[in-house]
Design a protein around this ligand. Structure first.
Ligand SMILES: Cc1cc2nc3c(=O)[nH]c(=O)nc-3n(C[C@H](O)[C@H](O)[C@H](O)COP(=O)(O)OP(=O)(O)OC[C@H]3O[C@@H](n4cnc5c(N)ncnc54)[C@H](O)[C@@H]3O)c2cc1C
Length: 363
């Protein structure tokens, strides 16, 4: 039997959480090994909205979002079946595809000195022995394990939450068009409907990203993604207009998104990051910021010799308020009784900025 490979710090998952930890650790002179299952650039079911806290955290990590072509966003447009309201965001935000962002972060981690293993999947983890098993059977033993697999559960280290009632995320790109560009320039548009909402913004290549969060029951009742979109086009004239202004690509989906979940405990030497640490409702557009903040906190804990349990408890309390407020906003967006008052409030100066501030984990 071949002896297991060894790594001082092993990071599983190369999204914003795993990569930000890898960059911070490598910059501090450590040499983490990061394993990412995608072999190259890939899209994710994500709205691609970068709030000001994400932009600030990325700048600190040396990721130049403007050079990557991120599209500036200064306004929020909320759209329901009845009307639409617009508000200025308190600070500058941006739209960038995850394909571009995640690659740039992995490049940043590699150039800072982290070892990156691409195109390999970790099949299972043994939190007690701090070892993982890869797709081809090979094992790696670590002194510290940083789990950053996003929404995906890793056998042996799963969240243990029943996600069968949790919402489904669906996403499609909309091809670049002059009409879409005019309609969405400088704006994040949120289309609200019973049982869900959809975010729409321009990306660096001029295409738009349409990403929806939908209650599983609503998707099931509609009979799938295509019939759901047909229903929504009837309900939401503005969404129909956007879809008519362009050509939609193929839909991708992720089921069982555990909004509201926080890891309040962990095993010794196992640090849970990003969506493995806390999952904020996507309506807040702050999941990437939480992932980046957890990567930074975990790296600082490792560098400072702070144990995994203390890091995890600290991060869970840091994420508590943003997550609770985002859950309340999600409830309001998805129910008629909350939606119209929310839109009235959104039209009032200062309130959208206040809500946006309260769901931020910190710049
Ligand atoms: C519908 C929807 C819309 C959203 N829109 C926004 C938005 O607009 N703005 C925002 O800030 N947040 C948004 N979010 C949240 C955001 O996408 C996540 O919070 C963020 O991606 C979490 O980052 P992460 O690094 O923890 O996980 P991920 O980005 O999911 O990265 C995890 C990585 O781990 C890899 N991986 C997984 N399992 C394994 C394995 N076993 N072995 C090796 N590699 C593995 C994956 O390939 C992936 O690259 C949205 C979420 C949803 C569901």
């Amino acid at each position: 039997m071949t002896p297991a490979r060894r790594a001082e710090i092993l990071i599983v998952g190369g999204g914003p959480a795993g990569s930000s930890a890898a960059i911070a650790l490598a910059k501090a002179g450590r040499r983490p090994l990061l394993i990412e299952r995608s072999a190259g650039p890939h899209d994710k079911v994500c709205g691609g909205f970068l709030g000001w806290d994400s932009l600030a955290a990325l700048a600190r990590l040396g990721v130049d979002t403007a050079a990557l072509g991120a599209r500036p966003i200064s306004r929020l447009r909320l759209v329901s079946s009845r009307h639409s309201v617009e508000a200025r965001l308190p600070r500058a935000a941006a739209g960038l595809s995850r394909r571009t962002l995640d690659e740039a972060m992995l490049r940043g981690a590699a150039s800072a000195g982290a070892d990156i293993l691409r195109g390999r999947t970790v099949k299972a983890a043994d939190p007690e022995r701090l070892s993982v098993r890869l797709d081809e059977g090979e094992s790696i033993e670590a002194e510290l394990l940083l789990l950053a697999t996003g929404k995906h559960e890793l056998r042996g280290a799963a969240r243990g939450r029943d996600t069968s009632g949790d919402p489904v995320g669906i996403r499609t790109p909309l091809a670049r068009s002059a009409a879409l560009n005019r309609a969405l320039d400088g704006v994040i548009e949120l289309h609200l409907f019973d049982g869900g909402y959809g975010g729409l913004l321009l990306q660096e290549d001029g295409s738009a990203n349409l990403c929806l969060s939908v209650a599983r029951a609503r998707l099931k009742a509609a009979g799938g993604v295509d019939p759901l979109i047909a229903e929504l086009k009837e309900e939401l004239p503005s969404l129909r207009e956007r879809l008519d202004q362009s050509e939609a690509g193929a839909w991708s989906a992720i089921a069982g998104v555990p909004y509201g979940w926080r890891a309040k405990a962990t095993e010794p030497n196992l640090y849970r990051l990003g969506d493995q640490a806390a999952v904020i409702a996507s309506l807040a557009g702050d999941g990437i910021a939480i992932a980046l903040a957890s990567g930074r906190d975990a790296a600082q804990a490792v560098i400072g010799g702070v144990g995994a349990e203390r890091y995890q408890q600290g991060f869970a309390s840091r994420a508590a308020r943003p997550i609770a407020i985002a859950e309340a906003l999600r409830w309001a967006a998805e129910h008629r009784a909350g939606r119209e008052p929310m839109m009235t409030l959104a039209a009032a100066p200062l309130l959208p900025g206040l809500a946006a501030r309260l769901t931020r984990i910190g710049g």
